[in-house]
Write a protein that binds this ligand. Structure first.
Ligand code: IVH
Length: 671
């Protein structure tokens, strides 16, 4: 078998990466670990380095990543909420110090603060009353999360003291203490719900709840570290004075903040904070050092991204050693067999780690980790833990190299690795584990979103012979469910009701749920909008599919292949028979409209439109929305946190519209 063509592999990787980006950022439900994602990125980077002619501006390697989502009402910040520049080593701290003394000669004093690993928040107090809370968003516009922040006990609802300012905007960090995080995950586990990967994700997820009662149950905490806007109240000269004053009003300020008089004190603060990082009771991922004197700060100024008067000294990722109890293989919904490490549980980077992915056969070989080894486990600030490698000095005599199993642990079918691929797959489409995973995916949040049909239930129903494919879900009735263990009348009724409501999710969701390789939510949406009916897709050729904007040859081939399999067509027929809506409103371009023959690409979040409403507005006037930028694109509409599409538009000279420009164009088109 031939090694895949690099151009083809690059396209595959980009499609895969885009898909997982959407799962992570839009669906809030990553399907692979960060490390696996990084492995895709690494492979793509390496291939692009070897073939620079294949690098395109919209490649995921060329952008910072992230997909904008707009869920809450927008709040424009009076003063931008900036980020911080980072220093990863002592020399970088020193370089920062050298830079600022060049701007402001003369003695500079500092304040050192732990860098809390949560999310930035702006609190507004008017006449001493808490009136609004907003997230940082893109720094210019945040999201209104007032009802949620109001549930945080340590955020005062009224300020105390005599000289209260008329208006006071305080900035700080919302975070989840470690104990609260452990409790929450225990509760999530008991209820069969998703576990949060770390306290920061848990804090972010808790603040983004539409129902503030859920936030209220999550034990979040808050420390202020900065003043936004102040109207009235005392004249403040230094940061430290500001913090002392905020504390006097009843606003929580971190007690571990210190005044530092010179650069040596600054180093020692960073070292001490690193040394004590586990004693805080909440996660910190560094130390922040800030110039104390506010007049000096003003002289130093800010860049568009971060102030020059502060720097974050980021801690290295945390590493611990533990015992590798065994290496096992898990089977995913596509049959992919992923080796993972079972570890003697170890507390690292803010949570207890018992499992870590090992990605694939080559990774295990590269790391040469063997069952029984003492291994180093690393957890960077974010998410998934990684096995770095063995501590060879502690390797037991006779420790055997791990061999990739020849057979699927679930069904015994061969595990096959194709030439040119890094993964093994279980070749048996009937494999019970693949079936469970496929059904879970169909019922999951990104697809049919059937509440109450999680992995445990799916497994139970498959074992009981009630489910063998996704369409069987619609044959579940209260009477069929009731005889099962742990199934009360009420839960059976609720589940059947949830299944019933999922029938109207529409074609795009069904397509996602069918688990067609490479077909992510955006491409599924494009296929659904153009074809309007699953019956049409079944008859659409690969060439016709490729002609759909946002559908490349890899996706087209995969869709076509999927529907060429008889069993898949049978499942579709069963879904249709069960009354699942397999249609989508078909979008016929409005010929002769003012935007006729113009193509638009949307990137980033818009304040006054959802993605769907922006698309509908364009199409109503005869324009077309596509997902990738090319020379033929007429306009790129760039909202908050635009993705790589903006850079591509710039490089191709495509006209870029901000939200105002977009609105003006629609208005002109309509008038
Ligand atoms: S000061 C203009 N102080 O770190 C400066 N930020 O990486 C505003 N953070 O967005 C930030 N602890 O969410 C500051 N003691 C601290 C902090 C802190 C955590 C976060 C904050 C910021 C991010 C930048």
């Amino acid at each position: 078998m031939a090694v895949p063509d690099p151009a083809e592999r690059i396209e595959q990787l980009r499609t895969e990466i885009e898909y997982h980006n959407e799962r992570y950022f839009l669906e809030d439900e990553p399907e692979i670990s960060d490390a696996e994602f990084d492995a895709f990125m690494r492979e793509l980077r390496e291939l692009e380095a070897a073939h620079p002619e294949l690098v395109t501006p919209d490649s995921p390697t060329q952008s910072p990543g992230g997909v904008a989502a707009a869920t809450f009402a927008p709040v424009p910040h009076d003063v931008p909420m900036l980020s911080l520049d980072n220093a990863f080593a002592r020399e970088e701290l020193l370089a920062w110090h050298d830079r600022i003394v060049k701007i402001v000669p003369g003695p500079i004093e500092f304040v050192g603060e732990p860098k809390l690993d949560g999310l930035a928040i702006s609190l507004l107090y008017e006449q001493g009353r808490f009136t609004r809370a907003a997230t940082r968003g893109d720094g210019v516009t945040g999201e209104d999360v007032t009802p949620n922040v109001a549930t945080i006990a340590s955020v005062p609802k009224r300020l105390s003291g005599a000289d209260l300012p008329e208006r006071l905007e305080v900035r700080g960090e919302v975070f989840m203490p470690l104990q609260a995080f452990e409790d929450l995950n225990r509760r999530q586990g008991e209820a069969g719900d998703r576990l949060f990967a770390n306290p920061r994700n848990a804090a972010a997820g808790s603040l983004r709840q539409k129902d503030a009662r859920i936030t209220a149950s999550r034990a979040l905490d808050f420390f202020a570290y900065q003043l936004g806007v102040q109207r009235g109240g005392p004249k403040l000269r230094s940061h430290h004075e500001t913090l002392v004053w905020l504390a006097s009003l009843g606003i929580p300020v971190n007690p571990h903040i210190e005044q530092l008089s010179d650069v040596d004190a600054l180093y020692s603060f960073c070292d001490r904070t690193l040394e004590h990082r586990h004693l805080f009771g909440y996660e910190i991922d560094g130390a922040v050092v800030k110039v104390d004197d506010l007049a000096q700060r003003a002289e130093m100024g800010t860049t568009s991204r971060a102030p020059r008067w502060a720097i974050a000294y980021k801690f290295p990722p945390e590493e611990k050693t533990t015992i590798l109890l065994g290496i096992f293989v898990s089977i995913g919904r596509t049959g992919r067999a992923t080796p993972f490490a079972q570890l003697e549980p170890v507390f690292v980077g803010g949570s207890t780690v018992g499992l870590a992915t090992l990605h694939n056969q080559d990774e295990v070989a590269r790391k040469d980790v063997r069952p029984g080894d003492t291994v180093i486990v690393r957890k960077a600030g974010d998410v998934i833990p990684e096995v770095v490698g063995p501590v060879l000095a502690k390797r037991k005599r006779g420790a055997r190299k791990w061999v990739f199993p020849k057979n699927c642990p679930a069904c015994g079918a061969p595990l096959v690795r194709l030439v040119g691929e890094s993964d093994h797959h279980c070749v048996n489409v009937e494999c019970p584990e693949q079936r469970v995973q496929r059904i879970c995916y169909f019922a999951g949040r990104g697809a049919m979103d059937i509440e109450g049909l999680g992995e445990e239930r799916v497994r139970q129903f498959v074992d009981a012979g009630l489910l063998s494919d996704v369409a069987d879900i619609y044959s579940l009735t209260v009477a069929r469910l009731l005889p099962l263990e742990r199934m009360a009348q009420k839960s059976a009724e609720n589940l059947v009701q949830a299944i019933e409501s999922s029938k109207t999710r529409g074609l795009a969701r069904v397509l996602v749920g069918l688990n067609i390789r490479h077909l992510g939510p955006t491409a599924a949406q494009a296929v659904a909008r153009v074809t309007g009916d699953l019956a049409v897709i079944e008859k659409t050729s690969e060439e016709e599919l490729t002609a759909i904007d946002g559908v490349g040859p890899v996706i087209a081939q995969s869709v076509q292949q999927f529907f060429s399999v008889k069993d898949n067509r049978t499942v579709v027929a069963k879904l249709r028979k069960a009354g699942v809506d397999l249609t989508a409103p078909r979008v016929a371009p409005v010929a002769g409209g003012p935007l006729d023959s113009l193509t638009f690409v949307l990137t980033g979040g818009l304040a006054t439109f959802t993605r769907e409403s922006a698309q509908a507005a364009i199409e109503e006037l005869g324009g077309k929305v596509t997902s990738s930028v090319s020379k033929k694109t007429s306009y790129v509409v760039a909202g908050e946190n635009p993705g790589s599409k903006l850079a591509k538009a710039e490089s191709l000279g495509v006209t870029i519209l901000d939200e105002e420009g977009f609105q003006a164009l629609l208005k002109d088109g309509r008038s």
